[in-house]
Design a protein around this ligand. Sequence first.
Ligand code: PLP
Length: 404
Amino acid sequence: MRTSDIRQEFPLLNQQVNGYPLVYLDNAASTQKPESVLSAIGDYYRSLNSNVHRGVHHLSQQATSAFEDTREYVRNFMGASAKEEIIFTRGTTEAVNLLAESFSRGILSPADTVLATVSDHHSNFVPWQQACLRSGAKFDVLPVQANGTISMELLEEKLRQKPRIVVFPHISNVLGIVNPVKQITAMAHAYGALVLVDGAQGIAHCPVNVCDFDCDFYVWSGHKIYGPTGIGVLYGKKALLEQLPPYQFGGEMIEEVEWQQTSFAALPYKFEAGTPAIAEGIALKTALEFVHRVGFDAIGQHEADLVNHAFEGLKDIEGIEIYGEKTRHSGVISFNVKGVYHYDIGVILDQMGIAVRTGHHCAQPLMKFLNIPGCVRCSFAIYNTVSEVEYFVESLQKALRMLR
Ligand code: PLP
């Protein structure tokens, strides 16, 4: 599919910001939605709206069936073996909190260690740090190398301390580095550790097959893959999820409630208390169908082209420092320019219609490690074009002339 055809599917992109055509380069924060996803949300409320899993009536059955169709689609999309392994959450953050909370209630003890990385997003860092504080377990952090990659030697050194669980990002939301999930997982398993992969930045950019990765848990958010906000996924191996206590309590997640005791529903419902995000869940399937239609080969190729163009344009800018090794980049580039405050760059680019992100990117441990207060991040999606990248580089040069 041509990028121009793909862009036609995204109505939001066709607008002006501050008198310029919008150039949306904040896709790592959230992607735009194709018309098909917007329609799926509207159609649900227009013709299907009712609660799921509870009613015998027609609408409830139809809504339940559409919602459960997404679960099956997600299972297949991620290469999971069973629908019970797909838990719907509000997003990556809630999925990690679910795990960290469950682990801290009866699994983690003061004898245990949780190993995170310095490049983890706060969503995969703070819940584990807090779970360790609650349970008395040790919270250990793996630094990255100067080029942003994980050192396998250093990882192995940490693994010799026998952590209970290792958590890391599939793709860093700041450095764009793609971590070797399969290799890290195999190494962690060899030392008896469980593995949680934060797939918030991975899911939209490369094929994910959890059976092939062999990771124990993989979490992601719908809004980062052209889907709605408010819906995300926790994949977990069935045998492990069965051992974990529920995270929230209420409707949907029970089997039998007595005055003093409750038994819980089977997977996946044990972890899905209350009414889920039904419209969003149904529309998530439509988003994944869009990605499937475009295909990861085309997505990977297009984003690599954009990243290469951006690197070419940025590398000659005086005083620029780009973080992370170029060869392992997905569609994210973060940088600073000597003598210029990152926030000011973002403000001036916005005046030229360009949306980039500035700040710490919810990765303060990494900012501290890099010894910077923040940086500018541009991040690409399938609908971005080479001419947008060129306009971004030209505008950045103009902005820098104004700021210096
Ligand atoms: N993990 C990573 C790597 C992210 O980039 C993000 C969001 O930017 C998250 C976790 C949190 O995702 P959400 O806010 O959708 O829960």
